[in-house]
Ligand binder design. Structure first.
Ligand code: SAM
Length: 342
């Protein structure tokens, strides 16, 4: 595989940071904005497979999704020529898709003249996939065919799901509104569980700092954990009396617990991240050695790289910092996974 160009996507407002992060990490690369949260990126390496391995091993914080750019054609609002372009690209994939499961993912920039809905364009490409002996699917695909309609061009790519960093279109992962889900915040924990490959049901006893109204607590209870929820605010009435939930209606800074009480600490306090770090670090003895922490870090100062460097250093005193990632459900924040040092 020779050096290719990728189409990258970040959270709204964070594309400049995703681009800067890639520029810093891969000095020979070139990056340029495409539209909104989407950009072009050439790593400038001769071995793209190796580069992808490295990206998967140590995912950039702000890069949510990427796909390799195979073809690019000018875009107009004419349905006939646009459908022809989609069909022509899909036909180039005939050998690849034969006998395989194929997801077609279509996205368009808000200011793109693209004349189809995503579903219509997907159906056009899926028809060609079917003709070529492939099976169009929505999830668990062998190949993902990506189509991005920018303001001026139509960009196409085809890749294995793992090389897109996410098998959701543009990394926009959606969870079903599970019954009993108490707040949107719960999606952050569900997404962290998947992104960090950290099944929450492996833990037994969780400390949830800044727990109200109880979205994260309810996910943990749902996974069978015992939960100590700390928040001066009220928890949702539906959680009252839950046999595995203990609500301490207090400021987390006032608390201490016997060493090794918990094997999981989660913290979503939406507070100054440096103060949160001091608070979590002070409570770190309550977490058993090797126990995990999932912590939301608010990016308040418009200097995310400096903030993340400082916080990584500060957390490293008591924890191994395993991953820091801006999840799709994070807004002006990122999520960190740490493990308590022995
Ligand atoms: C974004 S909400 C948490 C949402 C929660 N994770 C959920 O899923 O429902 C932030 C919470 O942190 C709490 N909080 C802020 N500072 C705190 C502190 N020092 N100690 C305990 N809770 C705190 C607030 O009262 C608020 O309820």
């Amino acid at each position: 595989m020779t050096s290719v160009t990728f189409i990258g996507t970040a959270n709204p407002g964070f594309a400049p940071y995703a681009m800067e992060e890639l520029r810093r990490r891969f000095p020979g690369s070139s990056v340029s904005g495409l539209s909104g949260e989407t950009f072009r990126f050439s790593p400038g390496v001769s071995d793209t497979e190796e580069w992808l391995k490295e990206i998967r091993r140590d995912e950039p914080v702000f890069l949510r999704h990427l796909f390799p750019l195979d073809a690019e054609v000018p875009l107009t609002d004419d349905p006939g020529s646009t459908a022809d372009a989609i069909v022509a690209y899909a036909r180039t994939l005939a050998d690849k898709v034969n006998g395989r499961k194929v997801a077609v993912q279509v996205r368009k920039a808000v200011n793109s003249p693209f004349p189809f809905t995503s579903a219509e364009a997907r159906d056009i490409a899926a028809g060609v996939v079917r003709e070529a002996g492939g099976e169009p699917v929505l999830q668990d695909a062998d190949w993902i065919v990506s189509l991005y309609a920018s303001p001026k061009t139509l960009l196409f790519g085809c890749s294995e799901p793992r090389n897109n960093l996410s098998d959701w279109p543009g990394g926009a992962i959606r969870f079903r509104r599970e019954e009993g889900l108490l707040s949107r915040a719960a999606f952050k924990l569900l997404e962290a569980e998947r992104a960090f490959r950290l099944p929450l049901d492996r833990f037994n006893n969780a400390l949830d700092l800044g727990a109200a109204p109880g979205g994260w607590s309810s996910v943990l209870l749902d996974r069978g954990l015992k939960v100590t929820a700390v928040d001066p605010a009220e928890m949702d009435p539906s959680l009252k009396g839950h046999p595995r939930l203990h609500h301490l209606k207090k400021n987390a800074a006032e608390l201490s617990f016997p060493p090794g009480t918990f094997d999981l600490l989660v913290c979503d306090m939406s507070w100054d991240p440096h103060r949160t770090c001091r608070l979590v670090s002070a409570l770190s003895p309550a977490l058993s050695a090797g126990g995990s922490g999932i912590i939301t870090l608010k990016l308040m100062y418009r200097k995310p790289f400096q903030t993340l460097r400082e916080l990584t250093e500060a957390y490293s005193e008591h924890f191994d910092v395993r991953r820091v990632k801006q999840l799709f459900h994070n807004r002006e924040e990122v999520t960190m996974w740490v493990r308590r040092k022995p």
